[in-house]
Write a protein that binds this ligand. Structure first.
Ligand code: FAD
Length: 158
């Protein structure tokens, strides 16, 4: 049998990028670091994020019906730590605005999404987002997360 620790360790062996999800409701903007992100469909253009049921972000997205996904660059480790609660903010973060949504400036990619579907699965909620606009920054490299640690990878063809 496996325990929670073994399951977490197994999942941590899947190297990922790092995103910050941002949503606005009632004039308040909330950000949260997430690596449970995937592309789902090209037609229509759908992505998926998985948010812990007890995270504030879940209620924010349910209330607003929209969110942005910001893929972080290797220069944005502090931003990831800020929105994961690993580092305390001294002042409210200054978000940019794109397609009527808050976004994290200087990200590799920002996706503007409306909620297409929601699934409660175990202790997480899966939000399928319909991507209605996007920004791409071709001049940066990704922040990555592996085995519970941030990594700067060397990108070489194999
Ligand atoms: P909080 O914990 O209250 O907020 C998160 C942090 O963001 C707080 O420190 C808060 O001060 C700060 N913050 C939010 N908005 C602002 C603002 N406007 N100005 C300044 N600071 C602000 N959890 C998941 O559910 N799914 C995932 O896919 C996932 N992936 C992760 C990947 C990584 C690499 C890491 C490190 C963590 C991941 N987590 C994930 C955990 C998640 O990021 C934390 O549990 C997070 O604290 C939950 O956020 P919350 O919405 O409950 O709000």
């Amino acid at each position: 049998m496996m325990d929670d620790h073994q399951f977490r360790t197994a999942m941590s062996k899947f190297a990922t990028g790092v995103t910050v999800i941002a949503a606005e409701h009632d004039g308040h903007i909330h950000g949260m670091t997430a690596n449970a992100f995937m592309s789902v469909s090209l037609d229509p253009k759908l992505i998926l994020i998985s948010i812990g049921h007890h995270a504030k972000m879940r209620k924010m997205i349910e209330s607003s019906g929209t969110f942005s996904v910001n893929v972080l660059s290797r220069e944005q480790k502090d931003t990831s730590m800020l929105f994961a609660g690993q580092k305390q903010a001294t002042h409210p973060y200054s978000f940019n605005t794109f397609a009527n949504l808050p976004i994290v400036q200087e990200s590799l990619v920002s996706l503007a999404c409306t909620v297409h579907n929601t699934h409660r699965e175990g202790d997480h909620t899966l939000f399928v987002g319909n991507v209605y606009n996007l920004l791409i920054n071709d001049h940066a490299e990704p922040l990555t997360f592996y085995n519970g640690h941030y990594k700067n990878l060397q990108f070489e063809g194999v």
